[in-house]
Design a protein. Structure first.
Lengths: 251, 341
């Protein structure tokens, strides 16, 4: 059985005809934690938004669990959209709903479960991320790290096989960021979820990444692919080695 | 610096920084400017630099990098009045087309709501109705009352000269029911609720909440716009009637001051109310409410991702609403004239 959950082939990404990324090829396997990294402005979030179908692809193909996100019929896109969950840099929780209501929302919209069952499932998702005691809090009443965890719980509401996280550590202190990394690893190990994480936080990359690709603003493409430690030690490109060992920049 | 500007090729300028102990960005800028002048005018520059101020500055800043002024020139602004008017007209036209296109999206969403009513969030719709309707009652009452008062004063002072001030009641009644009630309420709704819709949705876009909805396969138009458009359309007739009633109260106060008996005033008011007048007012109210809801949501959902853009969306929604209300009010007037109603 093919273990590929995401397949990106010859992707060209950009806005209004302006190419930001080209020649993007990669696959993500089942249960893998795959990190997209690179410096600011290299197109990491742009790539993520094209993968999840928020922006039209300029060329190429993205398949999630075999379903094309664009280029297939509406049914295929719908199937692709239902197979993953996404969290955004800011958390993007709906401010007029409690954390519990935020997690319940996808269940209300796409299942015929009775309200008690929906509530129980949502509470269990919040428990997974350690937020059950805060179920009735509004997003404005919780910390940045809690918002990110609640966003993960909402993204997991429909039990997707893939979670895509955009800058999950952004704006978090190192301790909270490390807690989030442990949560990601735990969900991967217990639920077999595949993760695609966009980040440039080195500590997180070393902690969670099974494999990563590095994007470069100048090349407008992938300039390195592999395990973080391997890239740090053996990459032929100095900018890749420097990215992974910023302390050695002056040497 | 004016003297430096007069120096010519072959002349020498001595830059003396020997005694400089402390310096700041202005001194650095002076050194670079003198170098620029030297290279442009061809005079020779000599240094006295015991303090190393000039050497340090030139090590940090390369004068050649600052030689080109034109790179920083802003694109020329269009200040031609005729072109500005033309651009504004095109912008308004695009605005109208966008709102009508958005109406199509809302109608499509409305149809999917009919197929699966559970997809419309009733709680959000009720909340929007409360905010757009109940919460607006005090301001609608105040403005409605004052409009009635002003109408009565303006017309009463003229009619009194002919001794027919009692007909002010008819004028106010017909004016409020056919035109002013719906119009004033729509303007209030545009400023109060339409702008709030645009700002809310624009902020949700900045916070990536719209993206989150899209990736949850929840169409933002169905989930966010439809409840707001329905709420604005639903509350408008009620607010309009409320404005009319308070306007009639305002008129009553003026006529009472003019010694017109209350029974006479209210008799004339009720005599002037016809089914046609009421239906015309309610039709206008429904239409204006729909336009305000569409304009607010359309501008909010199409806002760009910055705080500045949210403000612009709120402003554009109010302007768009007012333009649309005026156009449709004109259409109503022409139609009613043709139909002789």
């Amino acid at each position: 059985m093919d273990d590929t959950v995401i397949e990106v082939r010859d992707l060209v990404a950009g806005y209004e005809g302006r190419v930001i990324l080209k020649d993007i090829f990669f696959t993500v396997g089942k249960g893998e934690t795959f990190v997209v990294l690179g410096g600011s402005g290299c197109g990491k979030s742009t790539l993520l938004k094209h993968i999840i179908g928020l922006h039209p692809l300029l060329a190429g193909e993205v398949r999630i669990l075999g379903h094309r996100i664009q280029g297939g019929g509406p049914g295929e896109r719908e199937a692709a959209m239902r197979s993953f969950g996404v969290t955004y840099q800011s958390g993007a929780l709906f401010g007029n709903m409690t954390l519990l209501e935020n997690v319940c929302l996808p269940l209300e919209s796409f299942t015929d479960l009775p309200s008690d069952a929906r509530r129980l499932i949502a509470e269990m998702k919040l428990e997974l991320v350690g937020l059950k005691p805060f179920a009735n809090y509004f997003p404005t009443d919780v910390s940045g790290g809690m918002k990110k965890r609640a966003a993960i719980a909402r993204a997991m509401a429909l039990d997707p096989q893939v979670l895509l996280l955009d800058e999950p550590s952004a704006g978090l202190d190192p301790v909270t960021s490390a807690e989030l990394d442990r949560l990601i690893l735990r969900l991967r190990d217990t639920h077999g979820i595949s993760f695609v994480i966009v980040t440039h936080e080195l500590a997180s990359i070393y902690a969670v990444a099974d494999r990563c690709i590095m994007l470069d603003a100048e090349a407008r493409s992938i300039i390195a692919e592999g395990k973080p430690a391997e890239l740090r030690d053996t990459s032929p490109l100095e900018k890749v080695r420097t990215f992974f060992s910023p302390g050695s920049r002056q040497s | 610096m004016p003297e430096v500007g007069k120096l010519k090729a072959g002349e020498v300028l001595v830059l003396d920084a020997d005694t400089v102990k402390r310096y700041d960005g202005s001194a650095e800028a002076l050194i670079i400017e003198v170098h620029r002048c030297a290279s442009a005018q061809g005079f020779t520059l000599e240094y006295r630099d015991a303090s190393s101020v000039i050497a340090k500055t030139l090590k940090i800043f390369n004068p050649a990098v600052f030689s080109d002024h034109t790179a920083y020139d802003l694109p020329p602004r269009n200040t031609h009045t005729a072109e500005q008017v033309g651009e504004a007209a095109v912008r308004i036209w695009r605005d109208i087309v966008d709102v009508l296109a958005f109406l199509g999206e809302v109608v499509t969403s409305g149809l999917s709501f009919l197929v699966r009513p559970g997809r419309l969030r009733l709680r959000d719709t009720m909340l929007c109705i409360e905010r757009a309707g109940m919460d607006a009652l005090p301001i609608v009452a105040l403005i409605g009352f004052l409009i009635g008062l002003i109408l009565a004063f303006l017309s009463g002072s003229s009619m009194r000269q002919f001794g027919v001030e009692v007909y002010v009641a008819d004028l106010i009644s017909i004016g409020l029911f056919r035109e002013m009630g719906a119009l004033i309420t729509a303007i209030l709704l545009a400023g109060r609720t339409g702008s709030a819709f645009a700002a809310e949705l624009g902020t949700m876009k900045v916070n990536e909440e719209i993206d989150a909805l899209t990736t949850l396969s929840l169409p933002p138009v169905l989930f966010l716009a439809l409840p707001r458009v329905l709420a604005a359309t639903f509350v408008m007739p009620f607010l309009s009637i409320f404005a009319i009633v308070t306007g009639l109260m305002g008129g009553f106060v003026v006529l009472w001051l003019m010694d017109i008996p209350a029974i006479t005033y209210w008799q004339h008011v009720f005599d002037a109310i016809t089914v046609n007048n009421v239906l015309i007012g309610l039709t206008k109210a429904l239409t204006f409410g729909l336009l305000v809801g569409l304009s607010g949501c359309s501008h909010g959902l199409h806002a760009k991702r910055s705080a500045d853009a949210v403000g612009q969306a709120a402003t554009a929604s109010v302007v768009g609403s007012l333009v649309l209300i005026t156009i449709f009010d004109g259409i109503f007037s022409v139609l009613l004239f043709i139909l002789d109603i």
